[in-house]
Design a protein around this ligand. Sequence first.
Ligand code: PEP
Ligand code: MN
Length: 362
Amino acid sequence: MSPKLKILPLNDWIDTGGKPLVIAGPCSAESEEQLLKTARQLASVKQLNVFRAGIWKPRTRPGDFDGVGEVGLSWLKQVKNETGLLTTVEVADSSHVELALKHDVDILWIGARTVGNPFSVQAIAEVLTGVDIPVMVKNPLNPDINLWLGAIERINAAGINKLIAIHRGFHYFEKSPFRNAPMWEIPIELKRIAPMLPIVVDPSHICGRPDLIESIAQKALDLEMDGLMIESHHDPENAFTDAAQQITPDELQYLLNKLVIRVKSGDINFQHKLEELRTEIDKLDGELLQILAKRMEIVDEIGDYKKENDITILQMKRWAGIINDRMSIGTHLGLEEGFLKKLLNLIHKESIQRQENIFQKK
Ligand code: PEP
Ligand code: MN
């Protein structure tokens, strides 16, 4: 079902000078001093449009720092007065929305955990009815585009037409360098079915570590996403939350200066197909490596077994059989003979090497 969203173009309500929207600020407001110090430093980042900070923090376990609460809203007001930056805060229930409105927060955002619960989103939508404030909706933790779209539709149905989707990556069980897998095919699909909906990418929560942020931010721009949300703290190491992924305002400035804004290709269907195929390749490569690792584990087991029984490593007859068999399967599957030979020899060499290592061990 294609959504019937009524959404205002981003540049009708926020002036980014035709550039991507940039939102930055600490994961959490921790103290008046920390928030203002960070904001003052960020105010000199020339690409910055909006200052973010969480004051109600959804933590995995009780007892962890769970945000400064309402007092943080007055600090945000100070940031706004002093720097002229727009401010945004995460809201997770109707009381948060009421307090944020009372304290003149410019933009609200709904976090990943809240978006996963339609009851909560509906309750937020209800207090927003008749209110004119922009709302950003993060993707839910699980890779379910309908849950994301559903939350956007609920907020839109309450009359909010200044809307942004935030892509912050998805929970993923397989090993990955990312804290949350980017799964680009999902935001691209969202853009395809709701082309009027701006999407801002949050590389901080996707990466979970500073060194990957630049490449994810560049990828976001290359995929014609509409902006970036990056966590920045004046002293990341000592941050109360998400210390591992925050960068300093100076590092943010350096990073933003390095990003290349390319001319738009405009062909979302082409990108969608390409990204789908690349995702498939990534998955297959992962499987290929897992299978290879599994094969080597069995090679090791055979090595142990041969050693226990005093049998030589290389058994030419067995290897000749393997080559013939695999060559015939492979060529039937459409693989080139020369490539197959090289691949099989490489695997064999590595297998022998592993068994030799086992024999050398006392
Ligand atoms: C955050 O932006 O600090 C946050 C809690 O993000 P998410 O809801 O994406 O986990
Ligand atoms: Mn965070």
